[in-house]
Design a protein around this ligand. Structure first.
Ligand code: CMP
Length: 141
């Protein structure tokens, strides 16, 4: 699992029609897409997925936003995938993101920051498992 990460193209980016550009960016940066699905999370699903942030001041805003519209969930593969994807998407707050990163190009605010990326190998396995079974990951078939 160390070469896998989990990504979300969040509701703001889907609504703004950036899905195609972001998937193009994923492929240009040589991530292999092992699984992808368009989904509209329920509030309960968003609360479960972001359970690690429960109790933080932004939890309610975050889970309301993540359940406000469709998003793409993706399992990605590349050497050092977690670190590489975090480099590709840039800082959590787009105001701090480097030029050329996905958040710099497509995000508008800290709360609506276009994409998600796992922060560790341990969490990438948990997050991929939250949305996909092993049988749905093409490398496992
Ligand atoms: P993400 O990488 O999806 O992980 C948690 C999300 O919480 C983060 O991106 C931000 O979109 C959102 N968030 C909102 N407010 C904050 C905050 N003050 N600090 C960190 N994350 C925040």
């Amino acid at each position: 699992m160390t070469n896998r990460t989990f990504a979300i193209i969040k509701p703001d980016a889907v609504k703004n029609n950036y899905s195609g550009n972001i998937i193009d960016h994923i492929l240009k940066f040589n991530f292999k897409i092992l699984a992808a699905r368009l989904t509209h999370m329920t509030l309960a699903q968003a609360e479960g997925f972001y359970g690690i942030h429960k109790g933080k001041p932004f939890f309610e805003e975050l889970t309301n936003f993540m359940s406000s519209g469709p998003c793409w969930v993706l399992a990605l593969e590349k050497e050092n995938a977690v670190e590489e994807w975090r480099k590709t998407i840039g800082a959590t707050n787009p105001a701090d993101a480097d030029e050329g990163t996905i958040r710099k190009m497509y995000a508008t605010s800290l709360g609506e920051n276009a994409v998600h990326g796992s922060d560790s190998n341990e969490n990438s396995a948990i997050e991929i498992g939250f949305f996909f079974s092993d049988a749905e990951l093409i490398a496992c078939q």
